[in-house]
Design a protein around this ligand. Structure first.
Ligand SMILES: Nc1ncnc2c1ncn2[C@@H]1O[C@H](COP(=O)(O)OP(=O)(O)OP(=O)(O)O)[C@@H](O)[C@H]1O
Ligand SMILES: [Mg+2]
Length: 395
Protein backbone atom coordinates (compact mmCIF):
# COMPACT_ATOMS: atom_id res chain seq x y z
CA UNK A 1 0.00 0.00 0.00
CA UNK A 2 1.22 3.53 -0.76
CA UNK A 3 2.31 5.42 2.35
CA UNK A 4 1.70 9.13 2.72
CA UNK A 5 4.52 11.02 4.40
CA UNK A 6 3.08 13.49 6.91
CA UNK A 7 4.36 16.71 8.42
CA UNK A 8 2.45 17.62 11.59
CA UNK A 9 2.15 21.26 12.56
CA UNK A 10 0.85 22.36 15.96
CA UNK A 11 2.11 25.05 18.27
CA UNK A 12 1.33 22.71 21.19
CA UNK A 13 4.06 20.11 21.41
CA UNK A 14 2.02 17.59 23.45
CA UNK A 15 -0.89 17.88 21.06
CA UNK A 16 1.43 17.29 18.10
CA UNK A 17 2.83 14.18 19.84
CA UNK A 18 -0.67 12.84 20.43
CA UNK A 19 -1.55 13.42 16.76
CA UNK A 20 1.60 11.57 15.76
CA UNK A 21 0.48 8.57 17.88
CA UNK A 22 -2.96 8.59 16.29
CA UNK A 23 -1.60 8.96 12.76
CA UNK A 24 1.01 6.26 13.23
CA UNK A 25 -1.79 3.83 14.09
CA UNK A 26 -3.46 4.43 10.71
CA UNK A 27 -2.36 2.27 7.75
CA UNK A 28 -1.08 4.41 4.89
CA UNK A 29 0.34 7.17 7.10
CA UNK A 30 3.92 7.76 8.06
CA UNK A 31 4.93 10.77 10.18
CA UNK A 32 8.21 12.23 8.98
CA UNK A 33 8.39 15.49 10.91
CA UNK A 34 6.69 17.53 13.65
CA UNK A 35 6.84 21.32 13.55
CA UNK A 36 5.83 23.38 16.58
CA UNK A 37 7.51 26.66 15.73
CA UNK A 38 5.62 28.63 13.04
CA UNK A 39 8.90 30.15 11.89
CA UNK A 40 10.17 26.71 10.85
CA UNK A 41 7.16 25.66 8.84
CA UNK A 42 8.12 27.29 5.56
CA UNK A 43 11.66 25.84 5.52
CA UNK A 44 10.54 22.35 6.50
CA UNK A 45 7.88 22.19 3.80
CA UNK A 46 10.51 23.29 1.29
CA UNK A 47 13.26 20.94 2.44
CA UNK A 48 11.25 17.84 3.40
CA UNK A 49 8.50 18.06 0.75
CA UNK A 50 6.03 15.89 2.69
CA UNK A 51 3.02 14.39 0.89
CA UNK A 52 0.60 15.77 3.45
CA UNK A 53 0.68 18.67 5.87
CA UNK A 54 -1.62 18.28 8.88
CA UNK A 55 -2.09 21.68 10.53
CA UNK A 56 -3.77 22.35 13.86
CA UNK A 57 -5.36 25.80 13.51
CA UNK A 58 -5.36 26.24 17.29
CA UNK A 59 -6.78 29.41 18.84
CA UNK A 60 -5.75 31.83 16.10
CA UNK A 61 -6.88 30.04 12.94
CA UNK A 62 -6.48 32.99 10.61
CA UNK A 63 -2.88 33.53 11.71
CA UNK A 64 -2.09 29.88 10.92
CA UNK A 65 -3.94 30.09 7.62
CA UNK A 66 -1.97 33.24 6.74
CA UNK A 67 1.19 31.34 7.56
CA UNK A 68 0.24 28.39 5.33
CA UNK A 69 -0.82 30.72 2.55
CA UNK A 70 2.53 32.51 2.65
CA UNK A 71 4.47 29.30 2.01
CA UNK A 72 6.39 29.95 -1.14
CA UNK A 73 6.72 26.32 -2.30
CA UNK A 74 4.35 23.73 -3.76
CA UNK A 75 1.90 22.95 -0.95
CA UNK A 76 1.48 19.30 0.01
CA UNK A 77 -2.04 17.94 0.39
CA UNK A 78 -3.39 19.90 3.31
CA UNK A 79 -5.47 18.58 6.21
CA UNK A 80 -6.48 21.14 8.79
CA UNK A 81 -8.32 20.79 12.07
CA UNK A 82 -10.11 23.41 14.08
CA UNK A 83 -13.43 24.59 15.44
CA UNK A 84 -16.20 23.26 13.20
CA UNK A 85 -18.61 26.09 14.06
CA UNK A 86 -16.69 28.81 12.25
CA UNK A 87 -17.82 28.70 8.63
CA UNK A 88 -15.46 31.57 7.67
CA UNK A 89 -12.47 29.56 8.82
CA UNK A 90 -13.73 26.45 7.02
CA UNK A 91 -14.30 28.32 3.77
CA UNK A 92 -10.96 30.06 3.95
CA UNK A 93 -9.23 26.74 4.61
CA UNK A 94 -10.85 25.30 1.50
CA UNK A 95 -9.88 28.40 -0.46
CA UNK A 96 -6.23 27.99 0.33
CA UNK A 97 -6.46 24.38 -0.77
CA UNK A 98 -7.31 22.23 2.29
CA UNK A 99 -8.47 18.76 1.24
CA UNK A 100 -10.26 18.13 4.56
CA UNK A 101 -11.41 20.17 7.54
CA UNK A 102 -11.18 17.78 10.49
CA UNK A 103 -12.52 18.13 14.04
CA UNK A 104 -10.35 19.98 16.55
CA UNK A 105 -8.78 16.77 17.87
CA UNK A 106 -9.18 14.20 15.08
CA UNK A 107 -9.27 10.56 16.15
CA UNK A 108 -7.92 7.55 14.27
CA UNK A 109 -11.20 7.06 12.37
CA UNK A 110 -11.19 10.68 11.19
CA UNK A 111 -7.63 10.21 9.93
CA UNK A 112 -8.39 6.85 8.39
CA UNK A 113 -11.28 8.28 6.34
CA UNK A 114 -9.24 11.32 5.29
CA UNK A 115 -6.27 9.19 4.25
CA UNK A 116 -8.49 6.80 2.28
CA UNK A 117 -9.89 9.76 0.37
CA UNK A 118 -6.44 11.22 -0.28
CA UNK A 119 -5.18 7.90 -1.58
CA UNK A 120 -8.23 7.42 -3.78
CA UNK A 121 -7.75 10.93 -5.18
CA UNK A 122 -4.13 10.13 -6.02
CA UNK A 123 -5.11 6.91 -7.78
CA UNK A 124 -7.73 8.77 -9.77
CA UNK A 125 -5.24 11.41 -10.88
CA UNK A 126 -1.81 10.03 -11.58
CA UNK A 127 -0.35 13.13 -13.29
CA UNK A 128 2.97 13.99 -11.66
CA UNK A 129 3.15 17.64 -12.71
CA UNK A 130 -0.36 18.83 -12.56
CA UNK A 131 -1.53 21.72 -14.64
CA UNK A 132 -5.22 22.25 -15.03
CA UNK A 133 -7.11 21.32 -18.16
CA UNK A 134 -8.97 24.32 -19.52
CA UNK A 135 -12.45 23.69 -20.92
CA UNK A 136 -14.13 26.53 -22.81
CA UNK A 137 -17.90 26.31 -23.15
CA UNK A 138 -19.59 28.46 -25.77
CA UNK A 139 -23.27 28.61 -26.70
CA UNK A 140 -24.00 28.38 -30.43
CA UNK A 141 -26.87 30.82 -29.90
CA UNK A 142 -28.38 32.83 -27.04
CA UNK A 143 -30.27 30.87 -24.38
CA UNK A 144 -29.18 27.45 -25.59
CA UNK A 145 -28.05 26.52 -22.07
CA UNK A 146 -24.29 27.19 -22.21
CA UNK A 147 -24.11 28.55 -18.67
CA UNK A 148 -26.10 25.58 -17.34
CA UNK A 149 -23.74 23.19 -19.13
CA UNK A 150 -20.61 25.03 -17.93
CA UNK A 151 -21.85 25.24 -14.32
CA UNK A 152 -23.07 21.66 -14.05
CA UNK A 153 -19.98 20.34 -15.79
CA UNK A 154 -17.85 22.22 -13.24
CA UNK A 155 -19.87 20.68 -10.39
CA UNK A 156 -19.55 17.17 -11.89
CA UNK A 157 -15.79 17.54 -12.39
CA UNK A 158 -15.51 18.66 -8.77
CA UNK A 159 -17.70 15.75 -7.66
CA UNK A 160 -15.27 13.39 -9.39
CA UNK A 161 -12.49 14.75 -7.19
CA UNK A 162 -10.87 17.37 -9.46
CA UNK A 163 -10.38 20.81 -8.00
CA UNK A 164 -12.43 22.97 -10.30
CA UNK A 165 -12.81 26.69 -10.89
CA UNK A 166 -15.33 28.31 -13.21
CA UNK A 167 -14.69 31.73 -14.71
CA UNK A 168 -17.48 33.79 -16.20
CA UNK A 169 -16.09 35.27 -19.41
CA UNK A 170 -19.54 35.80 -20.85
CA UNK A 171 -19.61 39.47 -20.00
CA UNK A 172 -21.21 41.98 -20.10
CA UNK A 173 -24.18 39.86 -19.03
CA UNK A 174 -22.55 36.85 -17.38
CA UNK A 175 -24.71 35.00 -14.89
CA UNK A 176 -22.57 32.16 -13.55
CA UNK A 177 -22.82 33.64 -10.03
CA UNK A 178 -26.59 33.43 -10.31
CA UNK A 179 -26.39 29.75 -11.27
CA UNK A 180 -24.43 29.08 -8.09
CA UNK A 181 -26.64 31.46 -6.09
CA UNK A 182 -23.75 33.53 -4.80
CA UNK A 183 -23.26 37.27 -4.57
CA UNK A 184 -19.68 37.88 -5.62
CA UNK A 185 -17.65 40.36 -3.59
CA UNK A 186 -14.90 40.34 -6.22
CA UNK A 187 -15.10 39.78 -9.95
CA UNK A 188 -13.08 39.81 -13.15
CA UNK A 189 -13.04 43.60 -12.96
CA UNK A 190 -10.74 43.30 -9.91
CA UNK A 191 -8.46 40.99 -11.91
CA UNK A 192 -8.30 43.58 -14.68
CA UNK A 193 -7.52 46.35 -12.16
CA UNK A 194 -4.60 44.31 -10.78
CA UNK A 195 -3.14 44.10 -14.31
CA UNK A 196 0.43 42.81 -14.44
CA UNK A 197 0.73 42.57 -10.66
CA UNK A 198 -1.92 39.86 -10.43
CA UNK A 199 -0.54 36.94 -8.41
CA UNK A 200 -1.73 33.60 -7.09
CA UNK A 201 -2.16 34.76 -3.50
CA UNK A 202 -4.43 37.63 -4.44
CA UNK A 203 -6.35 35.48 -6.89
CA UNK A 204 -6.91 32.74 -4.29
CA UNK A 205 -8.23 35.30 -1.85
CA UNK A 206 -10.90 36.62 -4.21
CA UNK A 207 -12.26 33.36 -5.60
CA UNK A 208 -15.64 32.53 -4.13
CA UNK A 209 -16.13 28.97 -2.86
CA UNK A 210 -19.50 27.39 -3.53
CA UNK A 211 -20.68 24.70 -1.13
CA UNK A 212 -20.19 22.14 -3.93
CA UNK A 213 -16.47 22.96 -3.68
CA UNK A 214 -16.41 24.64 -7.09
CA UNK A 215 -14.60 27.98 -6.94
CA UNK A 216 -16.01 30.87 -8.90
CA UNK A 217 -14.74 34.02 -10.54
CA UNK A 218 -17.77 36.00 -11.59
CA UNK A 219 -18.26 38.55 -14.36
CA UNK A 220 -18.43 42.21 -13.32
CA UNK A 221 -21.90 43.19 -12.10
CA UNK A 222 -21.74 46.58 -13.86
CA UNK A 223 -21.95 46.34 -17.62
CA UNK A 224 -19.49 49.20 -18.18
CA UNK A 225 -16.77 47.44 -16.11
CA UNK A 226 -16.60 44.69 -18.72
CA UNK A 227 -14.61 47.04 -20.93
CA UNK A 228 -11.72 46.77 -18.46
CA UNK A 229 -11.15 43.10 -19.29
CA UNK A 230 -8.70 42.50 -22.10
CA UNK A 231 -7.19 39.41 -23.66
CA UNK A 232 -3.95 39.76 -21.69
CA UNK A 233 -5.88 39.59 -18.41
CA UNK A 234 -7.34 36.27 -19.53
CA UNK A 235 -3.87 34.98 -20.42
CA UNK A 236 -2.41 35.95 -17.03
CA UNK A 237 -5.45 34.60 -15.18
CA UNK A 238 -5.27 31.22 -16.90
CA UNK A 239 -1.53 31.00 -16.36
CA UNK A 240 -2.10 31.23 -12.60
CA UNK A 241 -5.25 29.09 -12.44
CA UNK A 242 -3.56 26.28 -14.38
CA UNK A 243 -1.10 25.88 -11.52
CA UNK A 244 -3.75 25.84 -8.79
CA UNK A 245 -6.56 23.65 -10.09
CA UNK A 246 -7.24 20.43 -11.96
CA UNK A 247 -9.94 21.94 -14.20
CA UNK A 248 -10.69 25.47 -15.30
CA UNK A 249 -14.12 25.79 -16.90
CA UNK A 250 -14.75 28.98 -18.88
CA UNK A 251 -18.21 30.25 -19.78
CA UNK A 252 -17.17 32.02 -22.97
CA UNK A 253 -19.02 34.69 -24.91
CA UNK A 254 -19.99 33.75 -28.46
CA UNK A 255 -19.30 37.33 -29.57
CA UNK A 256 -15.72 36.62 -30.56
CA UNK A 257 -14.25 39.46 -28.51
CA UNK A 258 -10.63 39.72 -27.41
CA UNK A 259 -11.23 37.80 -24.16
CA UNK A 260 -13.23 34.99 -25.77
CA UNK A 261 -10.71 34.50 -28.61
CA UNK A 262 -7.95 34.22 -26.02
CA UNK A 263 -10.03 31.82 -23.92
CA UNK A 264 -10.65 29.60 -26.96
CA UNK A 265 -6.99 29.72 -28.00
CA UNK A 266 -5.77 28.72 -24.57
CA UNK A 267 -8.41 26.02 -24.03
CA UNK A 268 -7.54 22.34 -24.16
CA UNK A 269 -11.09 21.51 -25.17
CA UNK A 270 -13.90 23.58 -26.63
CA UNK A 271 -17.53 22.61 -26.09
CA UNK A 272 -19.97 24.23 -28.50
CA UNK A 273 -23.41 23.91 -26.93
CA UNK A 274 -26.23 23.53 -29.40
CA UNK A 275 -29.77 22.23 -29.54
CA UNK A 276 -31.50 20.12 -32.14
CA UNK A 277 -33.17 22.85 -34.17
CA UNK A 278 -32.15 24.25 -37.51
CA UNK A 279 -31.33 27.89 -36.55
CA UNK A 280 -29.14 26.82 -33.61
CA UNK A 281 -27.37 24.12 -35.62
CA UNK A 282 -26.76 26.70 -38.31
CA UNK A 283 -24.97 28.91 -35.77
CA UNK A 284 -23.11 25.90 -34.33
CA UNK A 285 -21.79 25.08 -37.79
CA UNK A 286 -20.60 28.66 -38.33
CA UNK A 287 -18.78 28.76 -34.98
CA UNK A 288 -17.21 25.36 -35.59
CA UNK A 289 -16.09 26.35 -39.09
CA UNK A 290 -14.50 29.52 -37.76
CA UNK A 291 -12.74 27.56 -35.02
CA UNK A 292 -11.29 25.27 -37.69
CA UNK A 293 -10.22 28.24 -39.84
CA UNK A 294 -8.48 29.70 -36.79
CA UNK A 295 -6.43 26.53 -36.61
CA UNK A 296 -8.09 24.68 -33.72
CA UNK A 297 -7.74 20.94 -34.34
CA UNK A 298 -10.97 19.01 -34.93
CA UNK A 299 -10.41 16.78 -31.92
CA UNK A 300 -10.37 19.81 -29.62
CA UNK A 301 -13.88 20.88 -30.69
CA UNK A 302 -16.97 19.07 -29.39
CA UNK A 303 -20.62 19.69 -30.18
CA UNK A 304 -22.75 19.13 -27.09
CA UNK A 305 -26.48 18.86 -27.67
CA UNK A 306 -28.41 20.38 -24.79
CA UNK A 307 -32.12 19.87 -24.10
CA UNK A 308 -31.94 16.68 -26.13
CA UNK A 309 -35.25 14.86 -26.57
CA UNK A 310 -36.42 11.90 -28.62
CA UNK A 311 -39.32 14.12 -29.70
CA UNK A 312 -37.02 16.61 -31.48
CA UNK A 313 -37.93 16.86 -35.15
CA UNK A 314 -34.25 17.20 -36.04
CA UNK A 315 -32.51 13.90 -35.32
CA UNK A 316 -28.97 13.00 -34.31
CA UNK A 317 -28.46 11.74 -37.87
CA UNK A 318 -29.49 15.12 -39.25
CA UNK A 319 -26.99 16.76 -36.90
CA UNK A 320 -24.19 14.49 -38.11
CA UNK A 321 -25.01 15.29 -41.71
CA UNK A 322 -25.29 19.01 -41.00
CA UNK A 323 -22.13 19.41 -38.88
CA UNK A 324 -20.15 16.78 -40.75
CA UNK A 325 -19.54 14.88 -37.53
CA UNK A 326 -21.66 13.43 -34.72
CA UNK A 327 -22.24 15.26 -31.45
CA UNK A 328 -19.88 14.39 -28.62
CA UNK A 329 -22.48 14.42 -25.84
CA UNK A 330 -26.20 14.86 -25.27
CA UNK A 331 -27.82 16.43 -22.22
CA UNK A 332 -31.53 15.62 -21.85
CA UNK A 333 -34.27 18.20 -21.72
CA UNK A 334 -35.29 18.44 -18.05
CA UNK A 335 -36.52 21.89 -17.21
CA UNK A 336 -37.84 21.05 -13.73
CA UNK A 337 -34.54 19.76 -12.36
CA UNK A 338 -32.48 22.42 -14.18
CA UNK A 339 -34.55 25.22 -12.70
CA UNK A 340 -34.61 23.60 -9.26
CA UNK A 341 -30.83 23.36 -9.29
CA UNK A 342 -30.44 27.02 -10.31
CA UNK A 343 -33.10 28.26 -7.86
CA UNK A 344 -31.56 26.40 -4.94
CA UNK A 345 -28.02 27.26 -6.03
CA UNK A 346 -27.10 23.59 -5.61
CA UNK A 347 -25.61 21.20 -8.17
CA UNK A 348 -27.80 18.51 -9.71
CA UNK A 349 -25.87 15.86 -7.80
CA UNK A 350 -27.59 17.18 -4.69
CA UNK A 351 -30.95 18.26 -6.06
CA UNK A 352 -31.67 15.21 -8.23
CA UNK A 353 -28.88 12.66 -7.69
CA UNK A 354 -30.53 9.92 -9.76
CA UNK A 355 -32.03 11.96 -12.60
CA UNK A 356 -31.00 11.17 -16.19
CA UNK A 357 -29.91 14.81 -16.46
CA UNK A 358 -27.48 14.40 -13.55
CA UNK A 359 -26.14 11.16 -15.01
CA UNK A 360 -25.60 12.92 -18.35
CA UNK A 361 -23.41 15.54 -16.66
CA UNK A 362 -21.46 12.82 -14.83
CA UNK A 363 -20.88 11.15 -18.21
CA UNK A 364 -19.82 14.46 -19.72
CA UNK A 365 -17.30 14.93 -16.89
CA UNK A 366 -16.04 11.41 -17.56
CA UNK A 367 -15.66 12.22 -21.26
CA UNK A 368 -13.83 15.45 -20.48
CA UNK A 369 -11.31 13.34 -18.54
CA UNK A 370 -10.86 11.15 -21.59
CA UNK A 371 -10.55 14.08 -24.01
CA UNK A 372 -7.95 15.65 -21.73
CA UNK A 373 -5.97 12.41 -21.70
CA UNK A 374 -6.57 11.74 -18.01
CA UNK A 375 -7.15 8.12 -17.21
CA UNK A 376 -9.67 7.41 -14.52
CA UNK A 377 -10.94 4.20 -13.10
CA UNK A 378 -14.72 4.41 -13.19
CA UNK A 379 -15.20 2.66 -9.85
CA UNK A 380 -12.98 5.00 -7.85
CA UNK A 381 -14.82 7.99 -6.58
CA UNK A 382 -12.21 10.50 -5.54
CA UNK A 383 -12.64 12.66 -2.44
CA UNK A 384 -15.45 15.09 -2.88
CA UNK A 385 -15.25 18.60 -1.59
CA UNK A 386 -19.03 18.65 -1.95
CA UNK A 387 -19.29 15.82 0.54
CA UNK A 388 -16.69 17.36 2.79
CA UNK A 389 -18.40 20.71 3.02
CA UNK A 390 -21.86 19.14 3.26
CA UNK A 391 -20.71 16.94 6.13
CA UNK A 392 -19.31 19.95 7.95
CA UNK A 393 -22.24 22.29 7.41
CA UNK A 394 -24.88 19.68 8.24
CA UNK A 395 -23.37 19.11 11.68
N1 LIG B 1 -30.95 20.55 -20.16
C1 LIG B 1 -31.88 21.47 -19.96
N2 LIG B 1 -33.19 21.11 -19.86
C2 LIG B 1 -34.14 22.05 -19.67
N3 LIG B 1 -33.91 23.36 -19.57
C3 LIG B 1 -32.65 23.79 -19.68
C4 LIG B 1 -31.58 22.88 -19.88
N4 LIG B 1 -30.42 23.60 -19.94
C5 LIG B 1 -30.76 24.89 -19.80
N5 LIG B 1 -32.10 25.02 -19.63
C6 LIG B 1 -32.83 26.28 -19.45
O1 LIG B 1 -32.54 27.14 -20.53
C7 LIG B 1 -32.51 28.50 -20.11
C8 LIG B 1 -31.24 29.17 -20.57
O2 LIG B 1 -30.11 28.58 -19.93
P1 LIG B 1 -28.72 29.32 -19.83
O3 LIG B 1 -28.82 30.60 -19.09
O4 LIG B 1 -27.74 28.32 -19.33
O5 LIG B 1 -28.44 29.62 -21.37
P2 LIG B 1 -27.23 30.41 -22.03
O6 LIG B 1 -26.94 29.76 -23.32
O7 LIG B 1 -26.11 30.52 -21.07
O8 LIG B 1 -27.88 31.85 -22.23
P3 LIG B 1 -27.13 33.23 -22.61
O9 LIG B 1 -27.07 33.25 -24.09
O10 LIG B 1 -28.04 34.27 -22.04
O11 LIG B 1 -25.80 33.21 -21.95
C9 LIG B 1 -32.67 28.49 -18.59
O12 LIG B 1 -34.00 28.78 -18.27
C10 LIG B 1 -32.36 27.05 -18.22
O13 LIG B 1 -33.06 26.67 -17.07
MG1 LIG C 1 -25.11 32.17 -20.36
Amino acid sequence: MTELRFAIFSELKEFADEIRNRLTAVPGAQVMVIVDDPEDLHEIIKSEAPDVLYADLGHAPHVILDLIESIDAPLPDLLVSGCQDDSQVILRSMQIGAREFLPQAPNEDDFKRAIDRLLRGREADPRPDKTASVISVMGAKGGVGATCVASQLAASLQEKGGRTVIVDLNFPLGDVALHFDIEPSYTLADIAREGESLDGTYLRSILQVHQSGVQILAAPPRIEDSELIQGEHVTRLLEILRGQFDFVVLDVSRNWNDASVRALDLADQILVVTSLDVPTLHHARKHMELLRRLGHPTEKIHAVVNRHSAADSVTDKDLTRFLGRPSSAAIPNDYANTVESVNQGKPLGEVAPRAALTEAFRNLAEQVHVWCGLTTSPDTRAPKLTDRLRRIFEK
